[in-house]
Design a protein around this ligand. Structure first.
Ligand code: BTN
Length: 255
């Protein structure tokens, strides 16, 4: 049905015309032992969600709403690398497919002309230091018009349509994203994170610039040097110290 060009990713797909969230469907399928590489795709989500419990607008034909079930044989603490790896795969697919120039805002928002076009939500189920499964949710804004963006998102979010003036076929995007994802995942599993890190840094938004990074407790104004061999944000603070943050939000709208 999807005409995929992959070897194993999406061999099994679950397609829903409408569902609250492909993440819910994927978690349930994974608990019921769905295979590594199972993909859940919806035309529409009624309760799409983003990171930090935010809601994610997911109307019919407007975007790619999908979740990928993985069963990687890696330690749970390495799971954030899968998020970075997914962002690289998605950025690569978008660049090739649409000729646009995506950037990745650490860790995993995809930006076009400085506005968010796609987001990734990684959720993991682990027991006794073993990953049972990971669900990678990908949301890509494709055919949104200006009026499809909620007011609070205007100026901060965009879509492929708004960036290119063209409408894009969801199915063809899914094919290319999954092909890119499969290759990138294999590169990660076979060779580890360093190759992914190099690819990530080519897309890194504001590398070499001053940013504000916020953690739950602190806020750091610092130069963004790049990411570490294991995926952390490397910052150089005003007094010249380097700092690594594994979890933070970059305040990206300051200029
Ligand atoms: C973010 O940037 O906050 C992540 C957004 C992730 C959205 C996708 S759409 C498919 C999957 N199902 C969901 O409910 N969320 C993810």
């Amino acid at each position: 049905q999807w005409g995929l060009h992959t070897n194993w990713l999406g061999q099994h797909t679950i397609h829903k015309s409408s569902t609250p969230s492909t993440q819910f469907v994927a978690h349930q399928a994974a608990r019921e032992m769905a295979a590594h590489g199972t993909v859940v795709i919806a035309d529409e989500q009624t309760q799409g969600r983003g990171r930090m419990n935010r809601s994610w607008y997911s109307a019919k034909e407007k975007g790619v709403w999908m979740s990928i079930i993985l069963r990687p044989g890696i330690q749970p603490y390495l799971a954030p690398q899968l998020t970075l790896m997914s962002a690289v795969a998605l950025a690569d697919a978008l660049r090739r497919h649409t000729g646009t120039k995506p950037l990745i805002k650490w860790p995993n928002d995809i930006l076009l002309s400085g506005k968010k076009t796609a987001g990734i939500l990684t959720e993991m189920q682990a027991e006794q230091d073993q990953i049972q499964y990971v669900v990678i949710g990908i949301g890509l804004n494709v055919n949104h018009q200006e009026t499809d963006l909620a007011e609070d998102l205007q100026g901060r979010a965009t879509s492929l349509y708004l960036e290119t003036g063209k409408t894009w076929q969801i199915k063809e995007l899914v094919q290319d994203i999954l092909q890119s994802f499969e290759k990138t995942y294999e590169q990660y599993i076979d060779n580890g994170f360093p190759a992914i890190k190099d690819r990530w840094e080519k897309y890194g938004f504001k590398i070499g610039e001053k940013i504000t990074a916020k953690t739950l407790k602190d806020s750091w104004k610092a130069k963004f040097l790049g990411i570490s061999e294991d995926g952390a944000l490397i910052l150089q603070t005003e007094n010249g110290e380097t700092k690594q943050l594994y979890s933070a939000e970059i305040d990206w709208f300051e200029r």
